[in-house]
Structure formats: C-alpha cells, structure tokens
Design a binder for this molecule. Structure first.
Ligand SMILES: NC(=O)c1ccc[n+]([C@@H]2O[C@H](COP(=O)([O-])OP(=O)(O)OC[C@H]3O[C@@H](n4cnc5c(N)ncnc54)[C@H](O)[C@@H]3O)[C@@H](O)[C@H]2O)c1
Length: 303
C-alpha cells in the first residue's frame, strides 16, 4: 500500500508521518514547503515538492498511490477572512485538482480529506452530529463545506471515494508554527509572556490530542465514502483551559480582548459515529490535562 500525505510537512502531517513510518508503511510527503519548520524530522527521500494548485505537476507526482491523505491548504479561520481569495484557491482549487486526478486514475484510490468539525457547523450549541445543520460563518468553514459537497458529487458520478474527516481543535507536538489557543498558551508560558483571550473565555471547544488523531486517521483508511466527526466528544471552555495551564505555571499571565465575529462561540461535537465505525471507546481519548502536559514536555525538550 502506497500512501501520499499532501501537506505532510505541517503539524498534523509530521505526527502522521512519524506514526505511519513506525508502522513500516510506504509513505511519501507532497508539500509546497509553505511550512518548513518540521523539515528536519523527515527522511529527505520521502519528500516531494508539489503544490496542489499546479494541476500538471500534481498529476505527475500523484501517480501510483493507493491512499491520498489531503492535509494541504489554508488552515485558519482568522487568516481566511483576511485573505479570502487565497483561502478559496488553496482549499477549493487544490482539492478539486486532487479529485479530478483520482477520477481519471486507472487504479482505485481512496482519498482521506481533512475537513473541520470546529468551523463547519457554525454556532451550534447542541452537540453536532454529522447530519446536523451546517452554517459556517467563515471562509475557512465554507471552503471545507464546499469540498465535502464536491466530493459527494464525485462519488455519485464517478465513484471516487473520499472519507471526509471533520477534525475538532487539534493540539500536540510539532506545532511550533501554529497559532491555536493551546499552542499559544504553551509558547507564552515558556516565554513568560501574556496570553490574549479573544472574548470572555466562556467559548467552548472540543480538543483532540494529535497522537489520538493520527491513530484515527490510520484507522479511517478502512472507512467508506462519507463524513465523520473526529473529536474527543468533550468540550472545555477557554477559561477551563486557563485553569489547567495555571496548574502548570501559577504565574500564567493573560488578558481579555475583543471577540472575533467569524469565530464560533461554542463547539460541541458528537463522536458516536466514529466510535461505532472504528470500534473505539471514550477511554481511547487522551484526557486534556495529560495531553497538554505531554505537549508542554515536548516544547521544553525540542524548542
Ligand atoms: N490543526 C487543527 O486544529 C485542525 C483542525 C481542523 C482541521 N484541520 C485541517 O487539517 C489539515 C492540516 O492542518 P495542520 O494544522 O497540520 O496545518 P499546517 O499548516 O501545519 O499544515 C499544512 C501543510 O500544507 C502545506 N501546504 C499548504 N498549501 C499547500 C498547497 N497548495 N500545496 C501543497 N502543500 C500545501 C503546508 O506547507 C503545510 O505543510 C488542514 O486541512 C486543516 O484545515 C486542522
């Protein structure tokens, strides 16, 4: 089985690459080197330069893979609203190119596509199931929704199978370039700097530890075409996370700032489908405080 991770040099890709290599799988990275910080953790022979927006190059490079994991693209809500056209071209054009290449491929290929659980449902105070109403309020969320829908069209018309994985908020090792809340907190603790909280801190998120996520991505190779929430199923408020952080560093400094309108207030994701299909229990998920400690240990050692 030959596996391609497109966007594999990034945060999730680096963790996934290491996990699949431990399993002695044949895995290659295709990336446009926009993120380079984790380059040193790879066997250079496994890395292929490629940009998903370059159809002819992508076509040449994507030959012969059985599983294509798409992690490439523009990855943040705030950035997507500052640069909407960039977000659209990175996420939609890139993914559409992958679909069109696989459609014309002679052998059967499965696509595993990174979607979002945090941004696709919009402000939904009830636990979102895969079939819940989707009303994204950011360009980022909208591009992910579009990609899932176009993948359904390709499945219906051409039998191209895509497993859309709606990740919740991911945290963990190899994330120095990321600006998400837990990573920012850890970096600021280590630099003795003040953390800025957007809003009143009562907003909730479902956090998944990256080491749990990569195991689930691997297990998802056997899933059938469709969309699946990938989340711990437990939501924490930003203020609760601050309390966990205070146990790590009592001198933690933070201040509240104005909420960004395109960020959803609450994320509560139902993970029953994935637990059923992949036969996992709630105990599979690393408790948040344990995952944060492990991540911090990694930052202390390697940054
Ligand atoms: N990190 C999270 O909390 C989270 C949550 C939900 C969904 N996701 C999704 O998971 C995927 C991976 O996220 P991440 O946090 O690892 O992001 P990341 O920014 O760390 O990694 C993205 C990688 O894609 C590469 N890339 C960007 N544009 C490219 C292009 N056009 N062609 C080829 N390579 C390109 C970058 O160089 C980088 O290595 C993204 O699709 C993201 O939207 C992430």
């Amino acid at each position: 089985m030959k596996i391609a991770i497109i966007g594999g040099l990034g945060f999730i890709g680096t963790n996934l690459y290491k996990y699949l290599k431990e399993k002695k799988l044949n895995v290659k990275i295709l990336d446009n080197f926009k993120v380079k910080i984790n380059y040193k953790y790879f066997n250079k022979r496994d890395i292929i330069y490629c940009d998903t927006r370059n159809l002819s190059l992508l076509k040449k490079k994507l030959i012969s893979f059985d599983i294509i994991i798409n992690l490439a693209g523009q990855t943040g809500v705030l950035e997507s609203d500052k640069r909407p056209n960039y977000c659209i071209s990175q996420n939609i054009v890139g993914f559409s190119n992958i679909l069109n290449i696989v459609r014309r491929n002679k052998k059967k290929v499965k696509i595993i596509n990174a979607s979002t659980g945090g941004a696709i449902y919009g402000d939904n105070i009830n636990a979102s199931r895969e079939d819940s109403h989707k009303f994204p309020i950011s360009y980022y969320g909208l591009t992910k929704k579009f990609n899932e829908e176009i993948s359904n069209v390709f499945f219906k018309l051409y039998k191209v199978e895509t497993v859309n994985l709606r990740f919740s908020n991911v945290y963990g090792e190899y994330s120095v370039h990321k600006k998400s809340f837990i990573h920012n907190c850890i970096k600021n603790i280590l630099l003795n700097k003040k953390i800025l909280i957007f809003g009143d801190g009562k907003q909730t998120r479902d956090f998944i530890y990256v080491q749990d996520l990569v195991k689930l991505i691997y297990k998802s190779f056997k899933l059938k075409h469709g969309s699946y929430n990938i989340a711990s199923g437990e939501s924490f408020s930003v203020n609760q996370i601050l309390n966990i952080m205070k146990n790590i560093d009592v001198n933690l400094k933070y201040a509240y700032a104005k909420k960004n309108p395109t960020e959803v207030k609450d994320v509560k994701i139902n993970n029953a489908k994935i637990k059923k299909f992949l036969k996992i229990k709630s105990s599979f998920f690393t408790p948040l405080n344990k995952g944060i400690y492990k991540t911090l240990e990694w930052y202390r050692k390697f940054t």
